[in-house]
Design a protein around this ligand. Structure first.
Ligand code: SAM
Length: 271
């Protein structure tokens, strides 16, 4: 991950913390359990997990994350945590069973499963790493259906304005070829099928609608994976600025105070 283009600012928004906390609560963890935070990023969910299982004797939270620089920030952010052993493992979800060799009580994969190309492989890795009846919980706001119909005009306007800013201010355009290979998005029903086909039973499935304020769109425009997802091939600083200009113009032109977005939350157990 490039320095400075992290999720940290966005992750501080109360709605984001509430969604993550809701998923953690849905999973019904108990003190003393061992859990994996997959795609831990800079550690926002890791902290919630320690709060949940901490003070229970052998509690352990293992943060697994491919980005070295994100892990470094996570290590720093979580220094003050007490009540559970926190371990860090560098690597992708595709290698989970090599990174975590003992079986754990729960695996969380928050706001990241949509980034995975080989989703079935990762679900199988999670299955291998869980004890019998252990839980796999994930959330995503990049599934087919995440943008409610009433938000479509906003996203269109945002992109038109961001592309205009990119061209006018920097003389740049996104790379079309990279755009064409954008990641496939599953529907909520396809996620359920994927889990059931790989030995999981769905325990809870919720869709939470969040009314996101302008500042949260500005802050997500500082995140590398968002910038490269919507403006592939564009240098991060220019992409970030263009997205911020675009979103401010879209909000103003459409007279918005917020724009809705859906999060899919799923808790499944290894049956
Ligand atoms: C949007 S962040 C989410 C961070 C944190 N889980 C949260 O909910 O705030 C997505 C994270 O997934 C990580 N990621 C990307 N590819 C991954 C992979 N193949 N396996 C595991 N994590 C991955 C990214 O590096 C990033 O830290």
């Amino acid at each position: 991950m490039a320095d400075g283009f992290t999720l940290e600012k966005f992750a501080r928004h109360p709605f984001y913390q509430e969604i993550n906390r809701r998923l953690v609560k849905l999973a019904g963890l108990r003190p003393g359990q061992k859990v994996v935070d997959l795609g831990a990023g800079t550690g926002a969910v890791t902290r919630l997990l320690v709060e949940e299982v901490g003070d229970g004797g052998n509690a352990e939270v293992i943060a697994v994350e491919p980005s070295e620089s994100a892990l470094e920030v996570a290590r720093r952010n979580l220094q003050d945590l007490r009540g559970a052993v926190v371990r860090f493992g560098q690597g992708g979800a595709e290698r989970l069973s090599q990174l975590v060799k003992r079986q754990v009580d729960a695996v969380f994969f928050c706001n990241a499963i949509h980034l995975i190309r080989e989703k079935a492989k990762v679900v199988q890795e999670v299955y291998r790493t869980l004890r019998q009846d252990g839980t796999f919980s994930f959330s995503t706001s990049f599934y087919e259906g995440a943008e409610p119909p009433e938000s479509e005009q906003f996203y269109r306007r945002w992109m038109v304005r961001a592309l205009r800013a990119l061209k006018t201010n920097y003389g740049l355009m996104p790379d079309r070829a990279e755009r064409a290979t954008a990641r496939e998005r599953l529907t909520a029903a396809e996620y359920v099928e994927l889990l059931e086909a790989n030995g999981f039973r769905i325990r809870d499935k919720e869709i939470v609608t969040v009314n996101m304020p302008l500042e949260s769109f500005e802050d997500i425009s500082e995140y590398e994976l968002w910038i490269t997802g919507v403006l592939p091939g564009v240098p991060l600083a220019a992409g970030s600025q263009a997205l911020k200009i675009g979103v401010r113009e879209a909000f103003e032109e459409l007279g918005l105070k917020s724009s809705p977005r859906n999060w899919l939350l799923v808790v499944a157990s290894k049956s």
